[in-house]
Design a protein around this ligand. Structure first.
Ligand SMILES: Nc1ncnc2c1ncn2[C@@H]1O[C@H](COP(=O)(O)OS(=O)(=O)O)[C@@H](OP(=O)(O)O)[C@H]1O
Length: 396
């Protein structure tokens, strides 16, 4: 009996050692448990999408991705009505800002994609988008977002006009900022908070902030982070079940380095106070972004997928562009590829390689096309009988 018990114990000990050895081996070889799971049945790609285009957050690059997907899949896009260039911003979105809805606003008319600038107003957006719509948006560290905004809206936002630099503005913002002067000042304080439909002048009271963040959580399936753009595209692609090429892009609406200012550490801290609502919004969704990303991919998978995306971007740049470095306006040959210039920002664009075959040219043109020209193109495609969008800055 005791011999039998002894053998049993040795067997148990051996089994424990075996289990431990397997765990150590798995850890050592970085075996991914997810790989052992059976493949999910591949569902079709998501095609009903609402993208809340926030300001100065790489949102024009995402708009380009969505327009291309819409065109290549023959989808409908909720485009700005008539001569408008956005969906009523900075006013709250209402359905009459969408082309094709003005006369029959009482009718239910649904689009697949919605991605132009608007101030989020869920009840009205719902009237335009199908029930199963995937809602997503993007945020950027407010320090860099405000710095970009200051240069771009320097001449437009009254709050920025008199300040010589952002450092000067931040040293005494109330000297320059008056919310009641003009809605144009929304670019100067908590601009991303405003885009989500909230009051950008509200005190950053904890209870108020918590409730608004919960609302965003409830409405939006995903909030991306521009500071980790490639990681964001990896997560987006998985959520939408899209192909790799669908989320590959060229950086659009980029400034020349000469117009980028580097804020002092003191000014950076002041941004976090001045734009406390944006800072809370960013911190919260930066956390949830990484939690979601890590829940979906192992670190090794993430590295691999980011590298795959970058490799494909390099391939497409080599195929399409004369030079992967973006160029000043004066050095862009094709006026359809010249971006709109805002304030003191020197916004760059691309030159396509000569001699591209028709199919390649079609792809490359769309990847390099700035927002306004792309919107005009989409408008003419979708509404061939309407007067084409006029882009006055191209005539100068
Ligand atoms: N792929 C990618 N990754 C990281 N950052 C990117 C990317 N694409 C665009 N950008 C930067 O986004 C800034 C422009 O933002 P938006 O297009 O949202 O601006 S706008 O509100 O529509 O005018 C602008 O930032 P600044 O250069 O600091 O102004 C762009 O450089």
């Amino acid at each position: 009996m005791s011999i039998l018990r002894g053998t049993q114990r040795s067997f148990q000990v051996a089994l424990w050692f075996l289990v431990l050895a397997v765990f150590l081996l798995v850890g050592f070889l970085h075996v991914d448990f997810r790989l052992l799971k059976p493949d999910k049945v591949q569902e079709p790609p998501v095609t009903n999408i609402m993208f809340l285009k926030t300001h100065k957050t790489a949102s024009s690059t995402i708009l380009n991705i969505l327009y291309r997907f819409s065109e290549s899949h023959n989808l409908s896009t909720a485009l700005p009505e008539g001569s408008r260039v956005h969906l009523g911003y900075p006013w709250f979105f209402v359905t009459r800002y969408v082309e094709g809805l003005k006369q029959d606003a009482h009718l239910q008319h649904h689009f697949n994609i919605m991605c132009n600038h608007l101030r989020f107003n869920y009840p009205e957006v719902q009237k335009v988008m199908p029930r199963d719509t995937f809602y997503f948006s993007i945020l950027r560290n407010p320090v860099f977002q405000l710095e970009s905004s200051f240069i771009y809206y320097k001449d437009y936002a009254p709050a920025f006009q008199r300040a010589k630099s952002l450092d000067e503005f931040l040293a005494d913002p109330w000297k320059y900022y008056n919310a009641s002067v003009s809605l144009k000042n929304v670019y100067a304080k908590n601009n991303m908070w405003f885009d989500f439909g909230f009051d950008n002048n509200a005190p950053a009271d904890m209870d108020y902030v918590r409730k608004r963040l919960a609302e965003v959580e409830q409405r939006f399936h995903l909030v991306l982070i521009a500071d980790y753009f490639d990681e964001s595209m990896v997560l987006l692609r998985r959520r939408l079940r899209w192909q790799l090429d669908d989320v590959v892009s060229f950086k659009l609406n980029v400034r020349s380095q000469s117009t980028v200012s580097h804020l002092t550490p003191e000014s950076q801290e002041r941004v976090r106070h001045w734009c406390a609502l944006d800072w809370q919004l960013y911190q919260h969704f930066n956390r949830t972004f990484w939690t979601q990303l890590h829940a979906e991919l192992s670190p090794r998978q993430l590295t691999e997928e980011v590298e795959q995306l970058r490799e494909r971007q390099r391939e497409l740049m080599a195929l399409c562009l004369q030079d992967p470095e973006p160029k000043n306006l004066t050095h862009i040959d094709d006026q359809n590829l010249r971006p709109y210039q805002g304030g003191k920002a020197n916004i760059l664009g691309y030159n396509l390689r000569h001699g591209l075959d028709t199919t390649t040219l079609h792809i490359c043109q769309r990847m390099a096309m700035p927002e306004l020209q792309h919107m005009a193109h989409m408008y003419s495609l979708q509404f061939p009988d309407k007067t084409p969008k006029d882009i006055p800055f191209l005539k100068k």
